[in-house]
Write a protein that binds this ligand. Structure first.
Ligand SMILES: C[S@@+](CC[C@H](N)C(=O)[O-])C[C@H]1O[C@@H](n2cnc3c(N)ncnc32)[C@H](O)[C@@H]1O
Length: 273
């Protein structure tokens, strides 16, 4: 693959910033919520499969936690970007391999070989194949292993982007989107990247269709999502920042808040048999 190393990284830096995936303060909060659960469930030495890692913001966290990580992406460009970031930002030592696979069929991996699977943001991309993707992800997980699965939320995305949704689409388009959860050309004429967005109920049911125990079901940034610039000062003051993050983590697990953050995280344990 011919890529210009610097261009690939600077393009990504432009889109996300590197040190944190942060286009706005509430995204920083969401990142910390995801990290909170990685720190709780990933142990040093764990063999972890990360699906759809993008440039590797969470790969770096996994490296810092002492995991040995296998990375899977359907996109060779994204894999190359992750490889470059691993070199540039110093997390390559923990990466065992970068493998190009469609998560719906990871045939080269043997059943039950990973202590944990981390999949943040990729399930939304497989549209109607989500059951297949979850089953495949659980196939490669050891019995008793943990999967941390993050998806974009339907109502939470609308909550965060309500003015944009109303300005960019008609009532019929928005109603079709919330009815199906599908953000695609059929529901939005101008959609370029199809995604399926989940309600908390639908996501829970998707997980429950498999032999897993749900350990945690939580939103991320349910409190912070609409506060934008007013969070800037809070995030730069350590005491206030800690308060915000603790309140966010607590609130986001309340059943009434599950649909109000931009993402929903499910943490499941694969049953022993
Ligand atoms: C929204 S990005 C999430 C990036 C990163 N996990 C994060 O949360 O910052 C989704 C990622 O999933 C990858 N992806 C999409 N469909 C996939 C599939 N069928 N199999 C494997 N990876 C896929 C994309 O290439 C992209 O890197």
């Amino acid at each position: 693959m011919k890529t210009n190393n610097n261009n690939l990284i600077s393009e990504e830096k432009h889109r996300w910033g590197w040190t944190l995936p942060r286009q706005c303060p509430s995204q920083e909060v969401s990142f910390h919520v995801h990290c909170h659960y990685l720190k709780q469930y990933i142990k040093p030495g764990d063999r972890v499969l990360e699906i759809g890692p993008g440039p590797g913001h969470y790969t770096k966290v996994l490296a810092d936690l002492g995991a040995r990580v296998v990375l899977v992406n359907i996109s060779s460009v994204q894999l190359e970007l992750n490889r470059q970031c691993a070199g540039r930002f110093g997390f390559g030592y923990s990466v065992v391999d970068w493998v190009r696979h469609d998560m719906r069929d990871m045939g080269t991996f043997v059943d039950g070989t990973f202590d944990a699977v981390v999949c943040f943001g990729a399930i939304n991309c497989v549209m109607e194949n989500r059951d297949q993707a979850i089953a495949e992800l659980l196939r490669v997980l050891k019995p008793g292993g943990i999967a941390l699965i993050g998806v974009m939320s339907l109502w939470g995305t609308l909550h965060a982007h309500l003015p944009d949704a109303i300005n960019a689409a008609s009532l019929d388009e928005n109603l079709a989107m919330v009815k199906t959860g599908d953000l695609c050309q059929e529901t939005y004429q101008n959609c370029v990247q199809p995604r399926h967005l989940f309600t908390a109920k639908e996501f829970r049911e998707l997980l429950e269709r498999n032999k897993v125990t749900i350990e945690v079901l939580t939103a991320s940034n349910s409190l912070a999502t609409t506060w934008h610039d007013r969070l800037e000062d809070i995030l730069t003051d350590e005491t206030k920042r800690n308060q915000l993050l603790q309140l966010e983590i607590l609130a986001s697990r309340q059943p009434g808040c599950l649909d109000t953050g931009t993402h929903i995280i499910g943490i499941v344990k694969k049953q022993l048999r």
